[in-house]
Ligand binder design. Sequence first.
Ligand code: MIC
Ligand code: SF4
Length: 640
Amino acid sequence: MGKNITRKIIEKHLLGGEMTPGSEIDLKIDQTLTQDATGTMAYLQFEAIGLDRVKTDLSVSYVDHNTLQMGFRNPDDHRYLRTVAERYGVVFSPPGTGICHQLHLENFAKPGATLIGSDSHTPTAGGIGSLAMGAGGLSVALAMAGEAYSIPMPKVVKVNLTGRLQGWAAAKDVILHLLGMLTVKGGVGKVFEYGGPGVETLTVPERATITNMGAELGATTSIFPSDEQTKRFMAQMGRPEDFVELLPDADAEYDEIVNIDLSALEPLVAQPHMPDLVVPVRELAGLRIDQCAIGSCTNSSYADLKTTARILEGKRVPASTDLLISPGSKQVVKMLAAENLLEPLLDAGARLLECTCGPCIGMGGSPTSEGVSVRTFNRNFEGRSGTQDAKIYLASPETAARLALDGEFTDPATWGERPERVELPDSVPSIRDLFVFPPKDGSGVEVLRGPNIVALERFEELPQTVEAKVLLKVEDNITTDHILPAGPQITALRSNIPAISEYIFSRVDKEFVGRMKEAGKGVILGGENYGQGSSREHAALGPRHLGVKAVVTKSLARIHRANLINFGILPLLLVNQDDYGKLEQGTGLTIPASKLQPGQPVNMITDSGESIPVTNDLTEKELRIIQSGGLLNAVRDRQS
Ligand code: MIC
Ligand code: SF4
């Protein structure tokens, strides 16, 4: 039986488990990445494990999320990250160098390698053929300590590409099309492996746009083969030695197949407030636009911004449209500068921002009240932009730039000729010297901490019986942005769990934290796909700090499920989906925690005496971790 590339990489890195979909596998991890908003916690956890140096081939710490330095908190975090990286053998990327995924793709990602990152868009490196997955900070800390990363063996879906992109259709439209087809929960438990004759027509940056936003499908990851395009990209990036060919066998088998004809795609847009509410751009013609934002880890490459410059050249955006551009890396800016491509952007009225995530997580650039903003980003969750009632649409850079000029949605049929598709030049300026490479022996390096960096608390073991009330009932598709909002004020508290916990569910129900404090413990009731979106483990750590013992849902998103386990919160699944309607905020529950067995139902008893069956999809190991009060306790117990 022929193998697909996902199975080939997994087989090479398999440390334990059976490669049958759904059963747990343990993987050796070659590389890790962190970003500042999740990284401080990951390194505090690494320090708590007590090793002298990371054990991976490569670990990189990027600072790109929280770069607004309004007061001491963020700069203190950056200093901590720089010194802790030097101390333990991690490469450090200073603030402003670029967005983690863009930088990793350009400088470090390798075909055939495994990578986990404490950011849900780590699959960007799948564009180069890495098996790259988003994970919680603690999982990344453990991978840095040389521990295996455990996931359920995914199903492998072949996305069979035929044809070639035409007219104004872009790589972004491939993934928007897939999201429209499969929805934000269509990828759970799956790897999307791209194949077919259309693959060779897509450049590595285009592929990376697609694998990046595969995260929005809820997928484990997405991956492209490593072929001639990859070889060219690695040579252009000045690291031809990192190239290895990685192709599926001719008779490779897949669990499912999805077909996409690239030639048939047209410009698409995701409407507020979910990335899967996709319609053709033409259907929205006439809708006024207040803001366009081009950038983020999805669409901030040289090709994206050169195309933008070509579209804007010699034109002006109307004064009523705010145009923001955040390049993905200093390398991208240097290349634009060298080709005089910054001028058309500036002259068109665009505002050039730092090479960071910026407006994507509401770090500045918020739209006006009820403003319509067209963004080349990957998430348009309600409130994420910083303006609660803004309407965020997701589109390609081509579409965003064209619409910025028109100041309203227009039909692509009226846009004229699309500028020529951009290829990278043969030689690209290196920015490698901007990274801080750690010394061989970091034992003499002093790790500098500020007052905002609060040591981790030790969590208690899970009680035999959980007796607690439902203190919040939420609907389907709750994101980690609902659980713990982003934005400058809250994100600055990522290394301070007691302080950040004050904001848990603050945009959903302002009274929740007060109720939790009063009761001291509680249960959250969720619908389908609870915890989708960001990998931020604070969305589990915060509830745990407040005393949440269990989350009872219809289904859970992969990374958040892992984060709940890592911090000792029981993820329970309703056996009968209709029972969701029987439970309300205030319902008292008795959960026989000590009776839980992997995959076996137990009855929760409500305070009115009703039995509600719940089950779990936990392995023996995961159950033990929760019973010990979380993964750090479990690792400490194992080591002592
Ligand atoms: C996001 O896009 O939501 C983030 C901010 O990059 C998060 C990580 C975080 O919350 O720090 C992610 O995607 O994992
Ligand atoms: Fe940064 Fe946005 Fe990408 Fe998250 S999705 S890593 S916030 S650019």
